[in-house]
Design a protein around this ligand. Structure first.
Ligand SMILES: Cc1ncc(COP(=O)(O)O)c(C=O)c1O
Length: 412
C-alpha cells in the first residue's frame, strides 16, 4: 500500500498555495505539523470515518477534524437539517427561533449551566470567558496549566513573540496536577486572580494525556471560592466524548463558566460559552457580537447532532470502541518490542512510546500508518467517532501490526 501512495496533486496544490497563502497552509494544518512527505496536504472528501486525499488515497481517520466530527462525516441527519435550514435562511438580520431551541437544549443538558452564548470558534468562547471573569471580579490574572491549549488568541496561543508580551502579561501557569504549586500560585497572587482555566483532563500536544489528580477539582473550587475567582472549564476538545452532561460531571468538578465547541455540531461552525445563574448579570451587561455568530445553519446541525449522538450510543459506545483501539494498538506494539501506550479517555486516544519521549517513534509510526491508509496524528491526541465500527478498529490494528513489523525490521 505504501508504494502506491502519491502526492502529485497535493504537491502541485501546495506549490500554488505557497504563492498566495502565507506558508501555503498555516497553523496546525501546515505540513510541518505532521510529517512532510508522509501525510497528504489536502483532503478532498469524506464519508463516515473515511476520507480521501486530493490524489484519491483513502484513510481511516482518527483525527476527526480535530475532534469536530463525532457522528460521521456527511452524517445524513445532520447535513439534512443544516442544508434545509440554510436554504430557509442562514445568516439573517435577527437570530432564528432555533437559537432559543438550542440554548434551551444545552442548558437542559449541561449540568450546572443557566445560559448559553453562541460564538464561532472555541477561541471566541475562551476569550469571552476571560473578559467576563475580569469584569465580574475586577481582577486581572488568569491561571492556566502549562502546555494547556485554550485557543489562538495572543493571551494563550503559541505566538510567544516578545512583541506580544503585553497580551500575556496577566497570565500565570502552573504544572498540571501540581496541587501544591497551584496553591502557591493562588497565595502569591492573592487578591489579583480573576479565573482559573482547566481542561477537564490534561491533553497537551506533545506528551501523554493525564487524568486529573483526585484532589484537583476540590482544590480548584476551594481556591477559587476563597479568592473570589471563577473556575472556567474549557471543554472544547473533550465535549460529548467524556460525559453527555459535560465532561466536568465525569470528574465531579463545579465550574462557573463552560466553553464548548468542536463536536457540538459535527463540524459545522459553532461554539458556545455557558455559565451559572450567578453570572447571568455580567454576561447580560456585556456587548457580545460577531457577524456570523447567530447563523442558523450550524444551530440546526447542532440540534441534529445531539440527537444523533444519543441515537448512536453516545459516550458508552465510544468507551467500547476506544477500549478496542487501545488494547489492539498496545498489543500490536508489544508483539515486536515497542512500548506503545495509549493514554487519555477512550474516545480521545493519544499514542506515545515509553522508550521515546521525544516523539520520533510517533513520527515513524504515524508515517507508517499513513502509508497504510490510517490517519493518526504524530503529536496530537486522536479522536474516535460514533461512525467508527469494530471492523474499522480491527482493520486499523491489522495495519498497525504491519507498520510495527516494518519498523522493527528497520524498513520504515
Ligand atoms: C481545549 C481547547 N480550547 C480551545 C481551543 C480553541 O478552539 P478553536 O480552534 O475553535 O478556536 C481548542 C482547539 O483545539 C482546544 O482544544
Amino acid at each position: 500500500m505504501g508504494d502506491t501512495m502519491k502526492f502529485d496533486k497535493s504537491r502541485a496544490l501546495f506549490e500554488r498555495a505557497a504563492k498566495v497563502i502565507p506558508g501555503g497552509i498555516y497553523g496546525s494544518k501546515a505540513p510541518g505539523f505532521l510529517v512532510p512527505g508522509a501525510y497528504p496536504y489536502y483532503l478532498d472528501r469524506a464519508a463516515g470515518c473515511r476520507m480521501w486525499d486530493a490524489d484519491g488515497t483513502e484513510f481511516i481517520d482518527y483525527l476527526c477534524g480535530y475532534g469536530s466530527m463525532i457522528v460521521g462525516y456527511g452524517n445524513e441527519a445532520v447535513d439534512k437539517a443544516a442544508v434545509a435550514r440554510i436554504r430557509q435562511g442562514d445568516l439573517l438580520d435577527q437570530p432564528s427561533p432555533l437559537m432559543v431551541e438550542l440554548a434551551e437544549r444545552l442548558v437542559g443538558k449541561i449540568a450546572g449551566t443557566a445560559w448559553s452564548v453562541f460564538v464561532k470558534n472555541g477561541t471566541d468562547a475562551t476569550t469571552l470567558a476571560l473578559s467576563l471573569s475580569r469584569v465580574r471580579t475586577g481582577k486581572p490574572l488568569a491561571i492556566l496549566a502549562s502546555e494547556a491549549y485554550h485557543g489562538a488568541a495572543n493571551w494563550c496561543s503559541a505566538n510567544v513573540f516578545p512583541e506580544l508580551e503585553s497580551e500575556r502579561r496577566d497570565i500565570r501557569r502552573f504544572k498540571y496536577n501540581d496541587i501544591e504549586g497551584l496553591e502557591a500560585l493562588f497565595r502569591e497572587n492573592k487578591g489579583r486572580i480573576a479565573c482559573l482555566f482547566l481542561t477537564p483532563y490534561h491533553h497537551p500536544t506533545f506528551a501523554p494525556q493525564e487524568e486529573p489528580d483526585p484532589r484537583l477539582y476540590e482544590t480548584a473550587r476551594r481556591l477559587c471560592d476563597s479568592e473570589g475567582a471563577l473556575l472556567v472549564m474549557d471543554d472544547i476538545r473533550a465535549n460529548f466524548r467524556l460525559h453527555e452532561a459535560g465532561s466536568h460531571v465525569r470528574f465531579g468538578a463545579r465550574p462557573d463558566l463552560w466553553c464548548m465547541g468542536k463536536a457540538l455540531a459535527n463540524g459545522y461552525p459553532i461554539s458556545v460559552l455557558m455559565g451559572t445563574e450567578e453570572l447571568r448579570a455580567v454576561a447580560s451587561s456585556f456587548f457580545i457580537t460577531g457577524t456570523y455568530w447567530m447563523s442558523a445553519g450550524p444551530m440546526a446541525a447542532a440540534l441534529a447532532s445531539l440527537d444523533e449522538m444519543e441515537r448512536l450510543g453516545g459516550v458508552a459506545r465510544l468507551e467500547v470502541l476506544g477500549a478496542a483501539f487501545k488494547e489492539g494498538i498496545e498489543a500490536a506494539g508489544r508483539k515486536v518490542g515497542f512500548g506503545a501506550r495509549v493514554t487519555g479517555p477512550a474516545g480521545i486516544p493519544f499514542i506515545t512510546f515509553d522508550e521515546d519521549p521525544d516523539l520520533w517513534l510517533n513520527q515513524r509510526f504515524g508515517s507508517a500508518m499513513a502509508r497504510r491508509g490510517v490517519f493518526i496524528h504524530p503529536h496530537h491526541n486522536g479522536f474516535i467517532s460514533l461512525a467508527h465500527g469494530e471492523d474499522d478498529i480491527a482493520l486499523t490494528v491489522e495495519r498497525a501490526e504491519a507498520a510495527f513489523a516494518a519498523m522493527a525490521a528497520g524498513r520504515e
